[in-house]
Design a protein around this ligand. Structure first.
Ligand SMILES: [Zn+2]
Length: 473
């Protein structure tokens, strides 16, 4: 029988704020030592009250706008009660009844085409601390407690692990571009809900949830393993499927039962009386909209319209630092397509020779713009431009003075090139005779000599043409 996979995702994303969600401790909760990024509020001391961080609301709304959500103008917080040693208050502040964003839509691309994934909601919440196990003891580190998160909940619209990974990649590049999250390792964590049903069947199968995965590779593997486990159970009766929470073990590549699935009632949610409802008025929403960065889809269209190759577009979209560099250079008057080629082909090539990736490119946009302009204006040829670029990337030189100092800008006038060719011919009478006797290679040797003297500054095509013309005379 053919089976269809049904997958829904809950993705927790740590927000890039300067402080935690309800206190003034540092945003990412990164202390130099365990428990040195905590205060009485986020370590749950009695009598301490939360104070909402406005920036968290703005970033959550921005994320919602990027994912085509409706923004709830009235949004409230609830307490989710459970006990665990990394949760000092024994409740988590989250949003159940009035989440900040609802009803979004994201289109994802896979080899099978484009599919729309519905976003059920985005809500704001605080992170928990971390347990560190060592020797015979367990330690608790509250640095991460109250770090702001958004949780993005999709409808069960995914039908394959490819769609899930494509969606996650899109979230990641959108959020980095939008300054919403750095999406570093561990800053994006996923719970995957998965069930299987006979193809064509409307009714959902028994659903299991795989908790807390943070690598896309692990998510892909976990879905494949779990789907097969469900199919085997349905097809061959290998086991009875129960609704439960499971964990994925990276080493064995298998999922294991953790606990029976909790229901909402288990958490005894109730509205948090310590936090006022937040009302997002028109003026505030307009401010947030005005500051919203361009979405990935719009970006892709813009690059396509400029004539940039699809492969190059993918590279730029996946690398926000590179996209920003290109933006900066273009804002200095360079052509978009031209700039993309210089970055994705030339800069990447230079870095590759040094064993580095394009993401490691460190160049001042002004300097890159200067190189591109000199070539575009015909002050130097592309070859010379590339030489300058190498010097800029490797030694941070000033491109304009580097050209002057190395004579790269002067060799372009035709008479100078002609002089060099004449000198080369005069110095190699034998080569001239060989050429006239039909030895094409002789011209190559002379061409090499000219290029060497011009230090690569001359236009190779012009030199070749002029040289052959003179040799044939
Ligand atoms: Zn704190």
């Amino acid at each position: 029988m053919n089976y269809e996979l049904v997958i829904g995702l809950e993705t927790h994303v740590e927000l890039s704020t300067d402080s935690k969600i309800f206190c003034s401790c540092g945003g990412h909760g990164k202390g130099s030592e365990p428990n040195d990024c905590v205060c009485p509020a986020c370590s749950g001391m009695p009598g301490m009250l939360p104070v909402m961080n406005k920036r968290v609301v703005e970033l959550a709304v921005t994320a919602g706008l990027m994912l085509n959500c409706e923004i709830n103008r009235y949004t409230t917080f609830d307490k989710k009660n459970y006990y665990y040693p990394d949760l000092p208050c024994a409740y988590q502040i989250t949003q159940l009844n009035h989440p900040i964003c609802v009803n979004g839509l994201v289109s994802v691309k896979t080899a099978d085409g484009v599919r729309d994934i519905r976003i059920k909601q985005i809500h704001m919440e605080e992170d928990a601390g971390k347990l560190v196990h060592g020797g015979n003891s367990s330690f608790v580190d509250f640095n991460r407690t109250s770090v702001p998160l958004i949780e993005i909940v999709t409808q069960p619209d995914f039908r394959s692990p490819e769609e899930v990974v494509s969606y996650l990649n899109k979230l990641k590049s959108s959020f980095i571009a939008g300054g919403i999250s750095e999406c570093e390792e561990g800053a994006m964590r996923c719970d995957v809900n998965i069930s299987v049903r006979p193809a064509g069947e409307e009714k959902f199968g028994v659903r299991t949830e795989i908790k807390n995965m943070n690598s896309f590779d692990a998510i892909d593997k976990a879905i494949r393993y779990e789907a097969q486990r469900h199919i085997d159970a349905l097809e061959y009766g290998t086991e009875e499927l129960v609704q439960e929470t499971r964990r994925f073990d990276d080493v064995s590549g298998k999922t294991f039962a953790m606990r029976n699935k909790e229901t909402e009632a288990d958490y005894r949610y109730f509205p948090d009386p310590n936090l006022m409802p937040i009302v997002i008025d028109d003026e505030w929403l307009e401010e947030i909209k005005a500051a919203k960065p361009v979405a990935v889809d719009e970006r892709t269209e813009e690059y396509r319209a400029a004539g940039i190759k699809e492969d190059d577009i993918e590279i730029i979209i996946a690398n926000v630092k590179i996209a920003r560099l290109i933006d900066d250079v273009v804002s200095m008057g360079c052509n978009l397509k031209d700039t993309a080629i210089w970055v994705v082909t030339d800069c990447a090539g230079i870095l590759k020779k040094a064993g580095k990736a394009l993401s490691e490119l460190d160049i001042a946009p002004e300097k890159l713009a200067a190189v591109i302009k000199m070539v575009a204006n015909g002050d130097i040829n592309r070859n010379a431009g590339k030489k300058v670029l190498i010097a800029v990337i490797e030694n941070g030189v000033d491109p304009v003075s580097y050209c002057k100092e190395n004579g790269l800008d002067k060799k372009f006038d035709a008479s100078a090139v002609e002089e060099v060719i004449d000198r080369a011919i005069a110095a190699n009478p034998q080569a001239v005779i060989d050429f006239k006797n039909g030895k094409q290679k002789a011209a190559q040797a002379l061409f090499g000599a000219c290029m060497k003297e011009l230090r690569g500054a001359g236009d190779p095509a012009v030199i070749k043409e002029l040289l052959e013309k003179k040799l044939s005379m």
